[in-house]
Design a binder for this molecule. Structure first.
Ligand SMILES: Cc1cc2nc3c(=O)[nH]c(=O)nc-3n(C[C@H](O)[C@H](O)[C@H](O)COP(=O)(O)OP(=O)(O)OC[C@H]3O[C@@H](n4cnc5c(N)ncnc54)[C@H](O)[C@@H]3O)c2cc1C
Length: 453
């Protein structure tokens, strides 16, 4: 049994503590926040389940689902209403449906691609000719924008790739690495040349039968998961860690704890500062991972005052349309159990990027501008019953071009510091399942090291 100190109590740190405790280690988790769970935060407001951070996770990556089952929460799993799934994109001020058959920005059905009003003729032709591309032996890392422009044209970047990825990373397709963000598409390019042919081939090889749900969540919201994990903690210290010294000694509030293993489950820029005294080069690599900020607004309405049809899961706003909003989800359409029958809940996103001035604006000012945009886009004039504004400063790691290489370098440096481990959204993927995976890998590394000594 080892003494394991976990720094950070978001989903990464909480799941690391869970797996390490299950493996028989003595665990202490440190986090200064009054609320454990990091960016995962659910409130029930006036008959609505309001998520300020993630509202779900993708079903395709198994790690969150496995953990939920292990924690006995399977009975509370909910699936996205995929039969109602439709996403609208703002184009020239009008909400236009995304064509059916799109897999992210990859067209897989002919008729909807030909007839869509979202894309012009030259993009449609480029999409058709994409099928003729030849395999690429060793594709280099590039930005997602360069990759998509090359395959499908500039319009597919502006009206598909950019808004879709902004919703996940809060980032810019011109900066994000295609190798890190869309690795399967790079593999398809290598094998088939055409990404469309790759997607079609993968589909034809998949099991027939009803498609699995796209997104999963929990009836009581994502916080049900972090609350269940927090219940398994044996020791929590509500304190901010200031540094980690060799040995390892973890310092906080003028005190310290000795540990055989330390898992740093904070954002990478915090891990960088905690480790600077131990390994400045590692600290520089970690500090090199950029983060963007984001703002979510939950607007709850009395249904009888809400006249607009809620078609689909919501809409995305491409950057080229120059609005404050980047996306808006119609929560009650996307998931069951989220709103009382007499309520309508909208979840609006404002991509703050690195714009601190936006984060510093008052709730009233942000809510006023978002409501004005909703009026223009949806004709929505009803007064909300409530509006919750949540700012997430530097919460979304940016997987920029060269990210995969940077993570390899981080792991190479980390190998010189046995007993020190990293978990979080900066490394293998930004989603909740990816964070859980990093926690599993950190605990597996602890077990592997312990077996050696
Ligand atoms: C608005 C938003 C929407 C999202 N939507 C989705 C979604 O729908 N699906 C999905 O899969 N993912 C989504 N994500 C991404 C995902 O939620 C996050 O990547 C993930 O939850 C991050 O978890 P984490 O534990 O790594 O980090 P965090 O949640 O950021 O937790 C880090 C913790 O470290 C603590 N900490 C920081 N410094 C110190 C210190 N010095 N000492 C001790 N503790 C410290 C903090 O207090 C915090 O609790 C979303 C993210 C955001 C912000």
């Amino acid at each position: 049994m080892s003494r394991v100190v976990i720094v950070g109590g978001g989903i990464s740190g909480l799941s690391a503590a869970y797996y390490a405790t299950r493996a028989g280690h003595e665990c202490t988790l440190l986090d200064p926040a009054p609320h454990l769970g990091g960016v995962i935060r659910t409130e029930t407001v006036d008959g609505c389940v309001v998520e300020s951070g993630p509202d779900s996770f993708i079903a395709q990556k198994p790690w969150a689902l496995e953990l939920i089952r292990e924690l006995g929460l399977e009975g509370d799993l909910i699936r996205s209403n995929d039969h109602l799934r439709k996403t609208y994109i703002l184009r020239h001020g009008r909400l236009t449906p995304m064509p059916d058959g799109l897999f992210l920005m990859v067209p897989t059905a002919i008729a909807p691609t030909v007839t869509t009003r979202l894309l012009g003729v030259s993009t449609k032709l480029k999409m058709a000719f994409e099928l003729l591309r030849r395999p690429v032996a060793d594709p280099p890392d590039r930005s997602v924008a360069d990759f998509v422009r090359d395959h499908y044209g500039a319009e597919a970047v502006d009206y598909l790739a950019e808004p879709l990825l902004a919703g996940i990373y809060g980032g810019d397709a011109a900066d994000l690495s295609v190798t890190s963000v869309l690795p399967r598409f790079v593999e398809f390019e290598r094998r088939y040349g055409s990404v469309t042919r790759g997607v079609l081939a993968a589909r034809s090889g998949a099991n027939s039968g009803p498609p699995p749900a796209l997104f999963l969540s929990l009836k009581g919201g994502m916080q049900q998961l972090t609350a269940a994990l927090a219940n398994h903690l044996t020791r929590v210290v509500r304190a901010k860690v200031s540094r980690v010294e060799p040995g390892y000694r973890v310092h906080f509030d003028g005190q310290s704890l000795e540990a055989d293993h330390v898992i740093l489950a904070t954002p990478a820029y915090t891990a960088a500062e905690l480790l600077r005294g131990l390994d400045p080069e590692l600290a520089d690599l970690l500090a090199g991972i950029r983060y963007h900020s984001s703002i979510t607004l939950a607007l709850g309405y009395e249904r009888s005052t809400f006249q607009q049809p809620l078609r689909g899961f919501g809409f995305l706003v491409p950057r080229v349309e120059r609005r404050l909003l980047t996306a808006c989800t119609f929560v009650g359409t996307k998931f069951p159990h989220r709103t009382a029958d007499n309520r309508v809940l909208l979840r609006a996103f404002v991509g703050a990027g690195t714009n601190d001035a936006l984060l510093d604006r008052s709730d009233d000012s942000l809510a006023g501008d978002v409501r004005e945009e909703l009026r223009r886009l949806l004709g929505l004039t009803a007064t909300p019953l409530f509006c919750r504004v949540q700012r997430w400063r530097r919460a979304m790691a940016q997987y920029t071009v060269g990210h995969e290489r940077a993570v390899e370098q981080i792991h190479a440096r980390l190998a010189r510091l046995p007993g020190l481990h990293l978990a979080g959204n900066a490394y293998l993927g930004i989603g909740v399942p990816d964070c859980i995976r990093t926690a599993q890998l950190a605990v597996a590394a602890i077990d592997a090291l312990d077996r050696l000594v």
